[in-house]
Design a protein around this ligand. Structure first.
Ligand SMILES: [Zn+2]
Length: 261
């Protein structure tokens, strides 16, 4: 039985959690400013997100989808669309959501989400950085002044899946470095709020980014190597490699997709 849990994790930032009952959880975030709000991800199957958001704020809401996987672009997206909210998703991830919500989605269903787009919520500005890897165009939203980084699955949540996509580790490393360079400029500790918070026993911050970067550099240079690992995903059997490195407790990747094609 899937349930929706909601808790405030920062000032006017609510974590919407889909609890699958099996221990697995999915995280979305309602982020409010003084004039507007953003719903970052719509979870998977639980409904009533729009109504819950309305209990917390009466500001106009835009929906931003971190990436095209089914557990981040959920059934509740329709609730926001029916209420007149815009939905942002980068065009490269759109083929993944085709046919979701039980119908073909019209071309104008989404607003494109470009790298660098800013959402001015009033007293709080969320900036977008695209970070390809887990999917063709995963995105990260951040609030520089508060050190908050909403990352979906783009850098994992302590567990990080790179075995199911098409992007190389070299290309992923480029994005991770770019994010690290950005947050280093802020001169403060950061707080990463990812798509599956329960997967890490400790809150994720800058040192997690360092561990992800070091793991990728080691795998690319050949100084680190994962163990062969087999997993099932629905009806698929996936053969990949598994590595653990610091706070990156489990990194799954395709050993054939290390170098840029
Ligand atoms: Zn994902």
């Amino acid at each position: 039985m899937r349930t929706l849990l909601v808790k405030e994790v920062a000032k006017k930032v609510w974590n919407f959690i889909e609890d699958e009952g099996s221990g697995h959880q999915i995280d979305g975030y309602l982020i409010c400013g003084e004039e507007r709000a953003i719903m970052f991800d719509t979870l998977q199957e639980v409904t009533g997100l729009y109504q819950k958001a309305r209990e917390l704020t009466n500001l106009p809401i835009d929906v931003v989808i971190s990436h095209g996987h089914a557990d981040h672009f959920g059934l509740a997206t329709q609730e926001f669309v029916e209420a007149g909210c815009k939905v942002y998703l980068n065009k490269l991830d759109r083929p993944m959501v085709a046919g979701r919500l039980g119908k073909e989605l019209p071309e104008d269903f989404f607003q494109d989400l470009e790298d660098g787009r800013e959402f001015d919520l009033g007293g709080r500005v969320l900036k977008t950085m695209l970070l390809p890897g887990h999917t063709p165009a995963g995105d990260v939203l951040f609030i520089r002044e508060e050190g908050l980084v909403f990352s979906g699955d783009a850098i994992g949540s302590g567990h990080f899946w790179m075995q199911i996509g098409t992007t190389s580790l070299e290309e992923l490393l480029e994005g991770v470095k770019r994010l690290k360079t950005e947050v280093t400029k802020w001169g403060r500790e950061i707080r990463i709020l990812p798509g599956h918070r329960y997967q890490s026993p400790v809150p994720l911050g800058f040192s997690y980014l360092e561990d992800v970067e070091a793991a990728l550099q080691g795998l690319i240079a050949g100084t680190l190597q994962g163990e062969p690992y087999t997993m099932t995903l629905g009806e698929r059997t996936i053969h990949c490699n598994r590595l653990s490195h610091g706070l990156l407790r489990e990194f799954l990747y395709d050993p054939e997709r290390i170098k840029r094609p």
